[in-house]
Design a protein. Structure first.
Length: 183
């Protein structure tokens, strides 16, 4: 069944189409949910919330943009909401300092495979991990991250800077990169 037919059927409340949608997207979305929750069970709960929301609001999906992208945003939002419900995240409330620049991305990232990068960013403290993942991996903007996490945009920007600096430090300690870049 083609994705457009599945979406149309879901909008009509067709159970077979809903099952097809879950079968098609659940594995990838579960992996995404796991990146934003503290354990596998919470990730499964977030996935369930994602599909509940998706089926509730699928009528609002107008076919503009990627349907998978639309689902991914719901999954991220569901995951963060559940994680915040069960776990208090700590962010340093910082304001931007004059002279801060965007951190450059070392060439070493181009030489790493996806699994190595995932392992690397999992070494970050959870608050830095969330901001880094939302900004770099998912493509959220700082105002969106601030809204999702209940922080200010400047806190999001400073957390991203800290995450990048911490990643560079980890790489340097492992002999992977010989330069330290400021944010």
């Amino acid at each position: 069944m083609h994705i457009d037919d599945i979406i149309k059927g879901c909008k009509e409340g067709n159970r077979k189409c809903q099952d097809a949608l879950v079968q098609k997207f659940a594995p990838g979305l579960l992996s995404l949910c796991a990146r934003y929750t503290s354990d596998r069970e919470l990730a499964r709960d977030a996935l369930q919330e994602c599909f509940i929301s998706a089926f509730r609001f699928i009528g609002q999906y107008e076919g503009k943009g990627s349907f998978e992208g639309w689902l991914r945003r719901i999954a991220v939002t569901s995951s963060i909401a559940l994680n915040k419900k069960f776990k208090q995240l700590q962010f340093d409330e910082l304001t931007e300092e004059a002279g801060w620049e965007k951190a450059e991305v070392p060439d070493i990232y181009d030489q790493m495979n996806t699994e190595d990068i995932k392992k690397l960013i999992q070494k970050l403290p959870e608050s830095l991990y969330l901001v880094f993942n939302l900004y770099v991996i998912e493509g959220y903007q700082h105002n969106e991250i601030a809204g999702l996490l209940g922080i200010t945009e400047s806190t999001s920007r400073s957390a991203l800077c800290k995450a990048r600096t911490k990643l560079i430090t980890i790489l340097e300690q492992n002999g992977k990169v010989a330069i330290a870049l400021a944010c």
